[in-house]
Write a protein that binds this ligand. Structure first.
Ligand SMILES: Cc1cc2nc3c(=O)[nH]c(=O)nc-3n(C[C@H](O)[C@H](O)[C@H](O)COP(=O)(O)O)c2cc1C
Length: 361
């Protein structure tokens, strides 16, 4: 397809950025879902957006092949409407959710806010999703997927914290046949009390449930607002409890990062980058080689992707930069990663992971 200078994706992207953020998100997701419903539509998307397939980018992890190390972070496709569409944009893996047992509408709107000067977002969605049965039906319709699919799970807002385990139990059972791995989300700032589940004994119980009932690897997604030492200690505990990996980080409630920002919701994007990287580095120093690290938060380029891999992340995800840079970001970041690998004489992505740690001794 040939794009005219005025009406290429740049035009549509600019238009979306002028709409109310949640409406723009729903439209973009809807358009992607519609286009990717057929194999022909997915082929079209792949030809237009997914230009960086290379064996050099692929890795075997958790018993599956990841075609490249850049994945779609949780929250973009909460209801698994279009995992195949996202893969057709070039992502190497997709995390759907957060899914809760029962459907819930989340917090009152408006609840997504752009901070364009900082290329950042603030969201107070509160796990709005269709619930596990609807999401399960949708995943079943597309199963199996030719790429790794993670299911990110969380508790319903109405479930008392003391009964949270039963929510996670239901979710692990529901998706045990479909998820390549689970992500336990105990780090969203938008469900009151949820972050209290980041306590070692409570997390250990959830990980154990996930492994027994879900029968799949379980990762834990941590908050950037934990004290760094506390995060490292917790990292040791979750690995000892059998977690296959740690995702750092979710959004932050450090509102000092944006001047005069209303203190509601979690911040993502460029303002989160430094903290997210700092947490990755700390966890990698403590746990590299003992668990799989997934880095997310402020990644917006091939350089940043390369930096995260070098620091010890085996996989990297993004969300907010896609909003500001548009879908061509995926192949441009992967293309740049290949250039950087060429520059540094690195053959395969697996050879990048953790090299900076090894150098630091
Ligand atoms: C609008 C929005 C919704 C999100 N929803 C979820 C969610 O449901 N579950 C989750 O674990 N993370 C969620 N996240 C967090 C992202 O997965 C990611 O951890 C965070 O945004 C940092 O990455 P980024 O800077 O690339 O956006 C959401 C983020 C945004 C911006």
């Amino acid at each position: 397809m040939v794009s005219s200078p005025q009406r290429g994706p740049g035009y549509w992207h600019r238009l979306l950025l002028r709409l109310e953020p949640e409406r723009a998100h729903d439209l973009a997701l809807g358009a992607l879902a519609l286009t990717s419903r057929s194999a022909a539509g997915r082929g079209l998307l792949r030809r237009r957006f997914s230009k960086c397939a290379s064996e050099r980018l692929s890795q075997e992890l958790l018993g599956r092949r990841f075609a490249n190390p850049l994945g779609m972070a949780a929250g973009f496709d909460k209801n698994a409407r279009t995992p195949r569409g996202l893969a057709a944009l070039g992502f190497g893996f997709v995390e759907v959710g957060t899914v809760t047992p029962k459907p819930q509408s989340g917090n009152p709107k408006p609840r997504i806010f752009r901070h364009p000067e900082q290329e950042s977002l603030r969201n107070a969605l509160g796990f709005n999703n269709d619930g596990m049965d609807a999401v399960h039906r949708r995943i079943t319709a597309g199963y199996p997927f030719p790429f790794p699919l993670a299911v990110n799970v969380g508790k319903n807002a109405a479930t008392p914290l003391d009964e949270a385990e039963s929510d996670y139990e239901a979710l692990f059972r529901r998706f045990s046949g479909q998820a390549d791995y689970f992500v336990i989300n105990v780090s969203s700032p938008n469900t009151p009390g949820l972050r209290e589940l980041q306590a070692p004994d409570r997390l250990a119980a959830l990980i154990d449930l996930g492994r027994r009932l879900g029968g799949k690897p379980v990762m834990v997604k941590l908050s950037p607002d934990l004290d760094t030492d506390e995060a490292v200690a917790l990292g040791h505990e979750v690995v000892a409890a059998g977690a296959a990996g740690i995702i750092v980080t979710n959004t932050t409630i450090d509102y000092r990062l944006i001047p005069d920002v209303p203190e509601v919701g979690g911040l993502s994007g460029r303002v989160l980058r430094a903290r997210s990287f700092e947490m990755l580095e700390a966890l990698a120093r403590a746990l590299f080689g003992k668990t799989l690290l997934v880095s997310v938060g402020g990644v917006d380029s091939g350089e940043e992707l390369y930096r995260r891999l070098r620091a010890g992340a085996s996989l990297v995800q993004l969300y907010t930069a896609l909003v500001y840079r548009g879908p061509r970001l995926v192949s441009s970041a992967l293309g740049r990663l290949l250039e950087l690998m060429d520059r540094d004489g690195i053959e395969s992505v697996a050879d990048i992971v953790g090299v900076d740690l090894e150098r630091a001794g």
